[in-house]
Design a protein around this ligand. Sequence first.
Ligand SMILES: NC(=O)c1ccc[n+]([C@@H]2O[C@H](COP(=O)([O-])OP(=O)(O)OC[C@H]3O[C@@H](n4cnc5c(N)ncnc54)[C@H](O)[C@@H]3O)[C@@H](O)[C@H]2O)c1
Length: 398
Amino acid sequence: MGVNAPLNRKLRMGLVGGGPGSFIGRVHSIGACLDNRAEVVAGALSSNPERAKQGAADYNIDPDRAYGSYEEMFEAESKLPDDTRIDFVSVTTPNHTHFDIAKEAVEAGFNVICDKPMTFDLAQAEALQAAVEASDVVFAVSHNYTGYPLIRQARAMIQNGDLGEIQAIRVQYIQGWLRDKIEAEDQKQAAWRTDPTKSGAAGAFGDIATHAYNLGRYMTGLLPDQISCHLKTFVPGRALDDYGTAVIRYENGCLGTVTASQISHGRENDVLIEIDGTKGSLQWRQENPNEMYVRANGQPHKIYTRDPNAPYMTPAGAAACRLPAGHPEGFFEAFANIYGSAFDAMIERAEGKSFEKRDTIYPNVYDGVEGMFFIQQCVASSQQDAAWLSLKHAAARR
Ligand SMILES: NC(=O)c1ccc[n+]([C@@H]2O[C@H](COP(=O)([O-])OP(=O)(O)OC[C@H]3O[C@@H](n4cnc5c(N)ncnc54)[C@H](O)[C@@H]3O)[C@@H](O)[C@H]2O)c1
């Protein structure tokens, strides 16, 4: 039996973005290829055609399939025979470009892994959802924190009722790298993230609060009702928020908070989620991702370690592990778990079978739409002095 049975071959990746000096494109390629289930065979790596072609060697992409633009890649790849053509496209470019690239890929019949926030605004996200629904492609959004084994473990434990009814969700994503106005020095990643024509309507809230909000939704499955948000721009002259807090009322009465910061001295990528239920509480931090704390009054505190062989691990948690306990797993592996789950669906599609599009273990187009609605409502609420606004959207997964 070969890799990706019954397909018995690797899946072929076309990478968009990830050119020289970029960040997340390389992480996507490592995540996709970590389990030997995929290979990068084509790319349109940069908005600059020359740089796009130059960068291809870094990925061992054959010069014939190093394209100057994504349009060129989709056109040329569509004409290749079935046993050569790319199976999926990874969209790893700045936010304002996601929609055109992802929609064109979907309409050309390629499966898509799109980075977050899924699009530039909600209208684009809803149009992309419609395009995905009209197609038969697999579409995933790389909210990569959902790929950590202990996050999938926590989700399964919450679904099993181990924490009782969920009453509070506190999520924070705290960074410090934009404490100074480094966008004025043309720092590549800072420049587009603080530019409203490229990043979208929000800064910190578009870039990292979307991850935080998605994580709470993913782990608890609770449906949101209303949101009140206060955004701040602390660095003088910056065009978008660099700090903020949102309060979320969920339909079951649960109260949630999301805090995001890019201006907290010395803070790196501190994603912390704490969930309180009637029977227990849990706490997980991405900077120590192989441990999760579960507590109940009157009992010793429990530390769950990422251990694929431990009897306390749920099937979903254990399946997301690669190494024996104690050998650290992290960011790349979490990315690989998003890819691996999407690959399972791609194989079903390739075999002509129907596959789940909405209730998936990987974040999908509906989560992407929810993320864009979250951003839109946060900005609108903040502009109205933190007014309570609806957070109900038809895309919400049930
Ligand atoms: N999931 C995560 O953890 C995570 C982390 C970082 C960034 N991101 C997201 O990934 C995306 C990219 O972020 P980054 O930090 O890697 O940005 P970056 O600026 O480091 O890299 C972007 C790359 O895209 C290329 N590019 C731009 N327009 C293009 C086009 N039209 N065609 C082909 N290539 C093009 C650039 O040349 C560059 O190589 C953003 O949407 C960001 O929000 C997600």
